[in-house]
Design a protein around this ligand. Structure first.
Ligand code: GAP
Length: 463
């Protein structure tokens, strides 16, 4: 990441160029909620396609699933979310606005010249309360706050139209539970054998109270989660855990093209780790607001399947087809937020080229929202426009491309650089004579002259 890059710069670019809009902006917006514009939609889709391709389709031991957002409410009782899916909240004593106690402490620490060595993630509610009182930590408005209390972040809604007959359900707080509740069906309907993984991408919802983190933490977000099932007597979990860590790192660095110096692993201490997990690591990215969790990997043991066996009475054990041994498998769970991958890519790709006074999003070409942009040099010359249309139509079936005939070529390049288009193709008067076009490269601004007959091959080699 560029050292001076601020979240405000990224937010402004994302809005200006149609990556991300504030949800319901015409009504004043909705807290921690964003819509994705034309370019953001393409980028999100590219990230999801890459994840699905690398994690599911390329692996013989992986299969996909698409479970519902609304599950039977007992699911969330069994998983422990109804009892303990909470955030520590404080209330501003004057404005009555609520804030995350851990976030206020983090902000306070960042403002101290010599902050005490403290891992906020390891503090429980009592420790946070004591810290806030001792250090007189204030709300962002500068007012005193109440002692923190646990607040459940599961979203509730109701099924049924008639008051009194409605029954409470929850918008899922993680996609993972839909994998566990379908475990029996997957075993019965497919020919999988351990070890194997089930992955899915889908929306999750959390009633998060946050300020100023853009799409990093939102009420509605998309997760890509895997439950990798195995027999702990046959497979060493340490080895499997490390293999998943390597796959996650490889995906971020090689598939998404992110710089390694902006990544780190952080191990959860015993205090921080969830009760169901025997080991948890976060893959953190250096966002403009510091290193923060991008992707978590946890060894959840057989906790979830055992909980669902207990609450549903269903047989969620596995019978080995060769030995006949019957047992409840354990899982390793790599879980990532697609929207965090998205924010990471915007930050990592951002480059201000001071020499040439241009801003460039240097996405890996195969991730860019548009791979190419097609320009007729002049929009009032029908012969140029017609030829450019032919080029556009030849390219469009093969990769995402866009058309621009507004303003001069310099302005068009400026715009395409800012949205990360790796190649701009200009149809000019020379094209009419020798059937060649100018291909201009985003990162170097170098230009090649390429015959239209060779154009697709030329682009395919570089995408
Ligand atoms: N099933 C495990 C699980 O849900 P988590 O750490 O709570 O674990 C997994 O979430 C990932 O989902 C996180 O690493 C993060 O990338 C993403 N995530 C979690 N809460 C989010 C939120 N409110 N907004 C955006 N992404 C979120």
């Amino acid at each position: 990441m560029n050292e001076q890059l601020t979240l405000e710069t990224i937010t402004a670019l994302a809005k200006r160029r149609g990556f991300v809009y504030q949800t319901s902006e015409i009504y004043g917006g909705l807290a921690s909620s964003y819509d994705y514009g034309p370019l953001g939609t393409e980028l999100l889709r590219n990230i999801k396609d890459k994840w699905w391709q690398e994690m599911i389709r390329k692996k013989a031991d992986m299969i996909g699933l698409d479970s519902q957002i609304l599950l039977h409410p007992q699911t969330w009782v069994a998983s422990g979310h109804v009892a303990s899916f909470t955030d520590p909240l404080v209330e501003d004593k004057v404005t009555h606005k609520r804030y995350r106690a851990d976030h206020l402490i983090e902000t306070w620490l960042a403002q101290q010249p010599n902050p005490p060595k403290l891992v906020v993630e390891e503090m429980d509610v009592a420790a946070m309360g004591a810290f806030i009182a001792e250090n007189k930590v204030l709300s962002p408005e500068g007012n005193p706050v109440t002692a923190p209390k646990e607040f459940n972040i599961l979203f509730e809604t109701a099924v049924g139209a008639i008051e009194g007959e409605k029954s409470k359900v929850y918008l899922r707080g993680e996609t993972a539970q839909g994998i566990f509740t379908n475990f029996r069906q997957v075993l019965d309907s497919s020919r999988v054998k351990l070890p194997f993984g089930i992955g899915q991408i889908g929306k999750s919802f959390r009633n998060e109270i946050t300020t100023g983190q853009f799409v990093f933490r939102t009420l509605e977000f998309e997760q890509a989660e895997i439950e990798y099932f195995f027999d702990p007597e046959q497979t060493d979990w340490h080895t499997l855990f490390e293999e998943w860590q390597q796959r996650m790192w490889h995906f971020v660095v090689n598939t998404l093209g992110v710089r390694e110096e902006n990544l780190r692993w952080r191990r959860h201490s015993d205090k921080e780790r969830s009760h169901y997990s025997r080991e948890t690591f976060d893959l953190d990215y250096r966002f403009p607001f510091g290193f923060k969790e991008l992707w978590g990997v946890a060894y959840r043991t057989d906790y979830d399947l055992q909980q669902h066996i207990q609450h549903s009475g269903a047989k969620l054990s596995y019978k080995d087809p060769f030995s006949g041994k019957t047992f409840v498998p354990h899982v390793i769970e790599p879980a990532v937020g697609i929207n965090r991958l998205f924010l990471m890519l915007l930050c990592d790709a951002y480059w201000h080229d001071a020499e040439n006074k241009r801003t460039v999003l240097r996405f890996k070409p195969d991730l860019a929202p548009y791979k190419t942009a097609v320009f007729p040099l002049l929009r009032n010359k029908p012969e140029l426009v017609q030829k450019a249309q032919q080029v556009y139509e030849a390219i469009a079936p093969h990769h995402t491309t866009t058309w621009d005939d507004r303003g001069n070529i310099g302005k068009r390049y400026y715009y395409q650089d800012e949205i990360g288009t790796p190649f701009c193709i200009t149809i000019d008067f020379e094209t009419l004579e020798d059937n060649s076009v100018t291909v201009r490269h985003r990162d170097t601004t170098a230009q090649d002259r390429v015959s239209i007959d060779q154009l697709l091959n030329y682009l395919q080699d570089q995408l």
